[in-house]
Write a protein that binds this ligand. Sequence first.
Ligand SMILES: [Zn+2]
Length: 308
Amino acid sequence: MKKVKKKTYNRKVMIIISVIVFIIVVFFVVRQLVGSFVYVKSEKNQKTESANVESNNKVSNDDNVIVHTYDLPEEEQNVAVPQMVYKITPTPKPMPSQTAFGYSVNGRTIGGWIFGSGSETIFFFGAIHGSEKGTVSTMNTFARYIFDNPAVVGKNKRIIIIPVANPDGYANSNRLNGHSVDINRNFDTAGWTPQGANDDFGGPSVFFEPESRLIRDLVSNYNVSTMIAFHSKGNLVHPEANQSSYDLAHLYSSYSGYRYYNEIVSYEGTATNWFREKRGGTSITVELTSHTSSDWTKNKPALLETIN
Ligand SMILES: [Zn+2]
């Protein structure tokens, strides 16, 4: 009897333990199933929302795999993220670095660019009068255009552009250089005197100024055949006194709309007059319509015609 009782007791214990184990197993299985269900549902909601809001999110065709475009830690996923506002401001392309040709009275670099490698060299410069700032914009825009469209330079051409021939004057919005000399009266022409036209001081002697010497040497070193000087604000094209200069001025006038003007008696000591007189070159002066505007739309067709 005692034995039977003990057996019955052991059986009861076994059943209780089995039930407990069963309950524990069922608990974990149910928990796992419910957890998976909630997870899948939540991911599907996220997918729908992201498809509606963020068309850039990559959602795979597999319902269980969602590729997010960003990965926040779980605790931050429900935190409101401040709206990012991007201001898209076009950044002007930086100008390519210049070749340094020399230095001004006050040590500023006089730089520019050389394009092409043909035998005919055309030299353009602006702001030999530092206050004529629009000419610098014309030259920079011209150079930028050639950098972006190098095919516009003719095969037989070499183009040299110096946007600021008088950097000391340009820095101070002053016509004159660091010696208070009008550089464009410091070139060696017949009849030169220190006191040039319009009371412009042309320096103590011809080519006394480093800026005029730089142009003289550049013309020689690069065997320049054509010089085009930019000034303002006469709204005209003026040739020096030879046939090739007349022809170029007529061409430039017809493409730009600037009036052809040949009634000025050439000033003594100017770069263009010196270039025609001492080098026999083709030489014109372009006067923009204002001291501040590049007149790019007027000059562009004329410049491109000149260099092709
Ligand atoms: Zn000028």
